[in-house]
Design a protein around this ligand. Structure first.
Ligand SMILES: [Cu+2]
Length: 238
């Protein structure tokens, strides 16, 4: 979405081996109470959820000021109060700023880049001791699932936007080798970011800037998580 947009999102119950409701609770954007995605057990009013054969429609309003990368997740399935994030029922909502520009550190300078000049975006969810990846490729206009601890790739000099989000209960420290970025809302140059549950950070890098091609590792810096395999590669080619 882009700031100023309103979206209607219809959720269909497609879980064949269960009659339990499933819902969408979104963070960051605005909505009326009936789009909260909670159950009567939690909100005391109504089940804002899809049942088998009975879809449910939510309205999300990307009001001015809601630009950002936000999680949405189930709040009903399995546990009517908590939902089933832990079973993978979550995803990503990106609200782009109305200006069409995002801050970036390019050639050592803090600047603004046009979103239309960014051809690849990588969403990396940090869940317990695993990264779950997805690529938004604007060259072929496709969303590409990358599954666990993926190798993500770009050509040297391309602008790449990362979205790192926490899910589950663990606290992480995301680190990417060879690249630095601007901490959102500041002019601080960083190469690590702490990510707790539902914390997120989006940033833009120029692939291989100052370091060239190669396999640049990204990983969680919590040693137990790293030892459990929580790492992947940012492969920069010519
Ligand atoms: Cu971690």
């Amino acid at each position: 979405m882009t700031e100023g947009d309103t979206a209607k999102v219809t959720l269909e119950h497609g879980i064949t081996d269960s009659q339990l409701p499933v819902s969408l609770h979104v963070h960051g954007v605005h909505y009326k109470f009936d789009s909260d995605g909670t159950t009567r057990a939690l909100n005391g009013v109504a089940d804002q959820a899809a049942f088998p054969g009975k879809p449910y429609t939510y309205e999300w309003i990307a009001a001015p000021g809601t630009a950002g990368t936000w999680p949405y997740h189930d709040h009903a399935f399995g546990d009517p109060k908590v939902g089933a994030e832990d079973q993978g029922l979550y995803g990503t909502l990106i609200v782009n700023p109305e200006s069409g520009k995002v801050p970036a550190l390019i050639d050592g300078k803090v600047t603004q880049v046009n979103l239309k000049d960014i051809k690849r975006e990588f969403i990396l969810w940090m869940h317990e001791t695993t990264f779950w990846g997805q690529e938004l490729n604007h060259i072929v206009n496709r969303e590409i699932p990358l599954w666990t601890n993926p190798t993500v790739g770009a050509r040297q000099g391309e602008l790449v936007r990362f979205h790192v989000i926490g899910m589950g209960t663990a606290f992480h420290t995301f680190h990417l080798h060879g690249h630095r970025w601007i901490e959102p809302g500041t002019t601080h140059v960083v190469d690590t970011v702490n990510i707790g549950p539902i914390n997120r950070q989006s940033f833009v890098v120029k692939a291989g800037e100052g370091v060239g091609t190669g396999d640049w590792h990204y990983h969680c810096h919590v040693v137990q998580h790293m030892q459990s395999g929580m790492m992947g590669k940012f492969r920069v080619i010519q």
